[in-house]
Write a protein that binds this ligand. Structure first.
Ligand code: NAD
Length: 352
């Protein structure tokens, strides 16, 4: 395999099921801290290489995310190649469940773009290695509102660091992508008194948020260049690239999307422009914190929310260290997570 995104992955498995049409990849980046947990992304990739690159980057980011959040979980991710609107059938989801089962618990599947808790329940008919279920003794349900809460807390901290403001009242926040997380985030920001500018390729989602929160709707291509205090990417990855960094007017970028940076040089470009970037894998950890409580078998919503609020403390630490060291918060967050991963790997070596 020649993917540039392949970095120390423990295991990458390809699955095909001709009967249901399943084409899927499961990537286990690290199990040093625990079983590799991460969402299942159902997406119409242009080609297989795109899918491979995506799953490898996403699974590596999950290792960093869980390590930084102090969870006993490793990093993994899976992709199902296809159009969820057309190709998603119970038979295909069941076949995917059997694929997850093949890995014997080294990978635990949860929800991601293109999947819902009810889809995960079908996958869970074939394997117990799923999380983010709606029903069951320790079910945690849709992680998205919890992710949104962590992002909202993170935006508060970023605004305090970069703009010296202790409230979001009157701040203009641009939310790109109004799906499960972006829609919930828009509600939280609006309740906190922020003015919203929103964009999504799905027009009806924009209208729903505009009706509920009085948001101004703009085209997806222009939001990044709007006069904003905060730009919150909540759609797909790669939104921060050489082109968009030059267009950004917002002094803060803080949102839910995974893999927002097209590549790591973009972190330096943001830093050079004085734009404070909240590392995606730090600010969007709410969902995995929620799922981790379900996996631990003692789901307690109030305890989860307290833990999610600590995402703000983690970001505070990252921003302070970044300011002290004069570098992008992205690299500080990677270092912090990597230190925890390296320590866990070393401890595991000693017990082998
Ligand atoms: P979702 O599928 O519910 O929502 C994504 C939204 O983005 C949709 O409304 C879609 O129409 C819109 N969109 C897609 N392409 C777009 C484009 N080019 N421009 C503008 N809008 C576009 O997904 P979600 O669960 O809300 O997740 C959003 C992001 O947050 C993803 O990157 C996901 O990986 C990340 N994330 C989600 C969670 C979670 O708990 N769901 C946790 C961590 C990270």
């Amino acid at each position: 395999m020649t993917s540039t995104a392949f970095r120390d992955h423990e295991e990458v498995a390809f699955f095909r099921d001709p009967h249901s049409g399943l084409k899927a990849i499961i990537a286990v980046h690290s199990t040093a801290l625990g079983p590799a947990c991460g969402g299942v992304r159902f997406h119409a990739y242009g080609n297989e290489q795109e899918a491979i690159d995506d799953v490898l980057r996403l699974s590596a980011a999950m290792s960093l995310k869980s390590a930084l959040a102090g969870l006993p979980l490793g990093g993994g991710k899976s992709v199902i190649i296809g159009d969820p609107g057309k190709d998603k059938t119970p038979a295909l989801l069941a076949a995917f469940g059997r694929a997850v089962e093949c890995l014997g618990g080294r990978y635990i599947a949860a929800e991601d773009v293109g999947m819902s808790p009810s889809d995960i329940a079908i996958v869970g008919g074939e394997t117990r290695h799923v999380a983010g279920l709606d029903q069951g003794p320790s079910a945690s349900g849709d992680p998205s509102p919890v992710t949104a809460r962590g992002v909202w807390r993170g935006i508060e901290v970023a605004v305090r660091h970069r703009l010296g403001r202790n409230t979001l009242e009157g701040m203009t926040v641009g939310v790109l992508g109004l799906g499960h997380v972006g829609g919930a985030l828009a509600g939280l920001l609006s309740d906190a008194g922020a003015r919203l500018v929103v964009a999504d390729i799905a027009e009806e989602r924009c209208r729903t948020v505009a009706d509920r929160c009085g948001a101004r709707i703009v085209d997806v291509d222009v939001l990044v260049g709007e006069r904003l205090d905060v730009f919150a990417p909540c759609a797909l990855g790669g939104i921060l690239n050489a082109e968009t960094v030059g267009q950004l007017e917002a002094p803060v970028v803080a949102g839910a999307a995974n893999n927002q940076l097209a590549d790591e040089t973009i972190a330096d470009a943001l830093h050079a422009r004085g734009i404070l970037y909240a590392p995606d894998f730090a600010i969007n950890a709410g969902g995995i914190v929620n799922v981790a409580a379900e996996i631990a078998g003692n789901y307690d919503r109030a305890a989860v929310m307290r833990r999610v609020d600590r995402i703000g403390d983690t970001l505070d630490e990252i921003f302070l260290r970044a300011a002290r060291e004069g570098r992008s918060p992205h690299f500080v967050a990677v270092d912090l997570a990597q230190e925890r991963l390296d320590a866990a790997r070393a401890a595991r070596q000693q017990t082998l």
